[in-house]
Write a protein that binds this ligand. Sequence first.
Ligand SMILES: [Zn+2]
Ligand SMILES: [Zn+2]
Length: 275
Amino acid sequence: MVVKFYGTRGSVPVCDANFQKFGGNTTCISLYNKETDNMFIIDAGTGIRNLGHDMMANPNRQKIIGIGFTHFHWDHIQGFPFFLPAYRKDTIVNINSVGDTSEKELKSILQGQMQSEYFPIPMTKMGSRFKFTNLGTEYMNVNGIRVKMIKQNHPGTSYGVRIELNGNSLVICTDVEHVNEISKDFIDFCKDADLLVHDAQYTDEELELHSGWGHSSYNQALEVAERSNAKMLVMTHHDPDHDDDFLRKQEKVCQERFKFCELAREGSKYDLDDF
Ligand SMILES: [Zn+2]
Ligand SMILES: [Zn+2]
């Protein structure tokens, strides 16, 4: 499976020149299953716009597309109206929620951000067929891939996801705030991940000033990687006020503590077969 970051920024997209190395688009991660030639998408932040363009450029493009949402804050849904494949009549878009969000709520959240006060084209006029599904939280089998979720502490709730395929494991935990300490349940969920993708929006000092905002610090992400025995840690959901210089310096400091870690860069890819 190949994991590609189409959006690494948290909270709001940024377009300033000195933010382009790590990227200005908000959360969107594609998971490409090489065996089935099938792509699954996690979150529809503004990064999904470029992903849609990449999909449309493929002459054998995928006509049945799955999107899963960790939660529905703006930075995880606002790219959806700009996702070109959803405007094609020959395409089916399966939209998945997890945990407590019902299928009816899921539909209303996504249609809501496209009602005429906010956007010119209603979701029902986009063109493709939409299917809405709630995946629950327990281990499930999706096309031979084992998937599990964990409920995270985040305003309005978010979910982390663990994906296992061919003995490889990927854990994505963005938009998570660890209150007081990192729980054993959370560490168990991340246990022995080949690739751990974790929220790291703040420095320790910034975290103190943003208690209740729903995010983690670099040091917390490193602690999760260490305690859960992750092979590789990629930190994401970069604060919109952290420019490339700042993030590069943070990355160096983090690598002194945990060698196999990087800060996510827009466009970067990780092949789980390499782990
Ligand atoms: Zn977010
Ligand atoms: Zn959020």
